[in-house]
Design a protein around this ligand. Sequence first.
Ligand code: HEM
Length: 401
Amino acid sequence: MSEAVRQPRLDVDLYTQAIFRDPYPELERIRAAGPVVWNGLAQGWMLTSDALIRRTLTNFDRFTLSGAPPQRLFGAEAFIVIDDKPQHDRLRNVWAPAFQRQAVARLQPAIEKIVDDMLAPVEERLRAGETVDVFKHFCRDIPAYVIAAMLGLPDSARPDIVRWSDLMGAAVISPPSADGSMTPAWIAGEQAKQELGDFLVDQMNHRRRHRSEDLISQMVHSEPAQEMSDDAIMKNCRQLLFAGNETTAKWMGHIVAVLHDHPDARRAVAADPALLPDANEEVMRFEPVVHRSHRRVRGGPVTIEGVDIPDGDLIILLMGAGNRDPQRYERPQEFDIRRTPMGNLGFGFGMHSCLGISLARLEATIAIRRLLARLPDYRVAGEIGYEGLGLRGPSPLPVAL
Ligand code: HEM
């Protein structure tokens, strides 16, 4: 199918500072153009409806992650991008027990300690009258430290893990352009990926000789691992380490910023922390971190809502638009912590839906509860930066008392 025949069409630049800062006006413009809209700049079909996004994410036979942008950074053997059902499920099952809610709940004391250690110096600086970037000095490192502990990595590796993770996150939001030319962020992300990979191979080799209870041990001694190359095992560990850091940190940042902008909600959750889990989910609906995901059409052309889409075409799932879909939500543009939670698209849906959801929820609840208990009157004291739609979050996030 030629470019000209791909209709309806709306060419939206998804990489402008304006859209990073406030994507919602543009998302509504796309929604108004139709449920399935070709974007010539992104070379993909944009979906904005919650129902269509869910349908796409659950139709594995016709829509694959294979060939979509995250696979380009992490490689086809990382399990997040494996679409082969038995293989994906077997790999996911290796780690699933460690991420179940009851297992994650056992991490509570460790997470509380990490959060308190991060919060103490921030509080001291704020009380001394400083303005502090709360994303950088509070939110950012918590999830990396938690997952590093789960993987059994030494504390001394924490700074490197945060650095590698940041560089890979920056690469995902600055992929090579359609003509294949690399961005500096992509090149730095590749380098970080390599260094983290080498580090993990050392860790894996150590676990082969000295088995323990951590996640790397579970992976290297698991049944699927016996049929996998070292490289594939490393990629899976690396993917796990990456998947939960930037995402959870940015969610926490959004919660801090959104509660600041909604003082009634902030007062309510500070007074009754039991409201926090639902409030956090509403932040995830209102300001998701993963604004877009991708799939490719496979197995022949498809027709969605009367629009014919050729085999192999890219589908851009605009989760942030789905989360404000008026067909699903009343007053979708309003932040309302009393909304009945209905499950939004922030953690994905279908077979690739987030494995770390319980962990992320626990981390966010502990971090924000502690922050509100110590610093209930924090205020945003400067311009918040936003970069990217793939992993969107507030950074820097300047806060003062
Ligand atoms: C607020 C934090 C998080 C957000 C917003 C988030 C978001 C997502 C989304 C949207 C997906 C689906 C991607 C797609 O279908 O294209 C996903 C998958 C995944 N997430 Fe998360 N995630 C978060 C935290 C975590 C944590 C803490 C971990 C683990 C430490 C984790 C591990 C994974 C894994 C392994 C997958 C792939 C699952 C599969 O393919 O079967 N995530 N996440």
